[in-house]
Design a protein around this ligand. Structure first.
Ligand code: HEM
Length: 158
């Protein structure tokens, strides 16, 4: 057993990250509902900035924890899927999504916070934000889906 709380061989921070990933999608759907249906720009701004800060802290602690524990290889070495062609491909796809998400998500949040007026509302920056924002959403969904698959095949599936 690892020192996590989900009863798997994963570490504490891996369990924290997985729970955060599960919570990202409903939070994102709530934020998109606020913007597209309710036109509540201020709430969308606050939710997105809070999400960005929480994810930044969780991912930072996770990276530190992974390194100090010896990495995914040490934690998942008992899994029958460990070091299979499927698992290595899944890990590579997950890394592509997660690393690109850090940059595009960060840029989308910071640029929106700077370029939109305060209080926020439609402006000349809207077309750029819409493109960046939808790329961020797709990238984040890819990160969450492949991240949960890595956790499942690394620590749960027999
Ligand atoms: C990664 C972070 C963010 C994501 C994923 C995101 C996502 C989105 C999406 C999908 C839309 C709707 C686009 C459409 O109608 O098709 C939108 C609109 C908008 N967002 Fe964000 N957003 C983020 C951060 C922010 C921040 C930090 C602000 C702060 C001001 C902001 C302000 C707005 C505004 C004002 C609109 C309305 C634009 C318009 O309809 O003209 N967003 N956002």
């Amino acid at each position: 057993m690892g020192n996590g709380f989900l009863g798997t061989p994963a570490s504490l921070m891996l369990d924290v990250v997985v729970c955060s990933l599960v919570l990202v999608l409903p939070t994102l759907i709530f934020s998109l509902y606020q913007i597209k249906i309710r036109r509540n720009y201020s709430l969308h701004k606050r939710v997105q900035i809070a999400l960005g800060i929480v994810l930044f802290i969780v991912v930072g602690l996770f990276e530190y924890d992974m390194r100090s524990q010896g990495g995914f290889a040490v934690l998942a070495e008992d899994s029958p899927h460990y070091d299979t062609a499927f698992m290595n491909r899944l890990l590579r796809v997950h890394l592509c999504f997660s690393i690109s998400t850090v940059f595009i998500w960060g840029a989308t949040t910071i640029l929106a916070a700077i370029k939109f007026p305060s209080p926020p509302g439609p402006s000349g920056f809207s077309p750029t934000h819409k493109i960046m924002a939808w790329i961020s959403v797709v990238d984040m969904v890819g990160t969450v889906v492949t991240g949960l698959m890595v956790y499942y095949f690394g620590f749960i599936a027999g």
